[in-house]
Ligand binder design. Structure first.
Ligand SMILES: [Zn+2]
Ligand SMILES: [Zn+2]
Length: 240
């Protein structure tokens, strides 16, 4: 995937990642990619940044050294009612919101609770991407959630970090097959915590190749395709 636009990356701002934003920009140039999204963990993640960081992301230039950098967040789901750790006023200022479950910010409950939480997250118009939905402890009803994704034009993540780093996974293959079946868009991304891992999506692509996943469902295969999708969702942001 030579023109991939990586939609999920972390810098030192997240408190447990190891590169700066400028190091990601340099890595992006080395790889010959158009850009990437910077998506730090929301404030509920231990060691991450405060709310003011997200309000002030608009201070970033649209192009840094010629590289397009989208202003994003990986918000934490902090309640099984689907509540997030960023208020609407902050989310509205961002280009991209990924919402994810993390055990460290919310202990797993049961399959019914996780399914309800995902449905509430999908209902939130300010959430764009459901993050690493295949992680082990957070089981959910796959068909129910994916049908809602399709109806609400949400993207589901095929997260390389989750697939390659030994996180307990549940039915990632089943989820990918269900995306194909329901025609749900996916974002293939690195979830890099080090600039050298920007654009590293080989485990995610291997999974998709195994099931002949249609490339047209990969929304971030090119920035122009991804930004067209995002512009429709965020008409109030004029310069994507
Ligand atoms: Zn995450
Ligand atoms: Zn992440």
């Amino acid at each position: 995937m030579t023109k991939l636009f990586d939609t999920h990356t972390h810098t030192i701002v997240s408190g447990h990642a190891f590169s700066t934003l400028e190091e990601y920009v340099a890595a992006c140039k080395r790889l010959g990619l158009e850009g990437f999204a910077t998506t730090e963990h929301g404030p509920a993640m231990i060691g991450s940044t405060d709310l003011i960081y997200f309000y002030n992301l608009v201070a970033l230039p649209r192009l840094i050294d010629g590289i397009r950098v989208l202003r994003g967040v990986e918000a934490n789901i902090i309640g099984h009612d689907g509540s997030l750790d960023l208020p609407e006023s902050a989310l509205k200022r961002l280009d991209l919101c990924i919402a994810s479950y993390h055990e460290i910010t919310l202990p797993p409950a049961g399959k019914a609770e996780h399914t309800e939480a995902w449905l509430a997250v999908i209902d939130n118009p300010l959430v764009d991407i459901l993050g690493h939905i295949g992680r082990g402890p957070f089981l959910f009803d796959v068909d129910t959630v994916l049908k809602a994704c399709k109806q609400n034009n949400k993207v589901l993540e095929i997260n390389n970090h989750t697939l390659s780093s030994g996180f307990m996974q549940h039915n990632c293959l089943e989820i990918a097959k269900a995306c194909r079946r329901h025609g749900v868009l996916v974002a293939v991304n690195s979830d890099a915590h080090f600039s050298g891992h920007l654009g590293e999506v080989s485990a995610a692509l291997k999974l998709l190749n195994e099931i002949d996943f249609p490339e047209e469902l990969i929304i971030n295969r090119d920035y122009s395709i991804f930004s067209a999708w995002l512009k429709e969702r965020k008409p109030w942001i004029s310069d994507l």
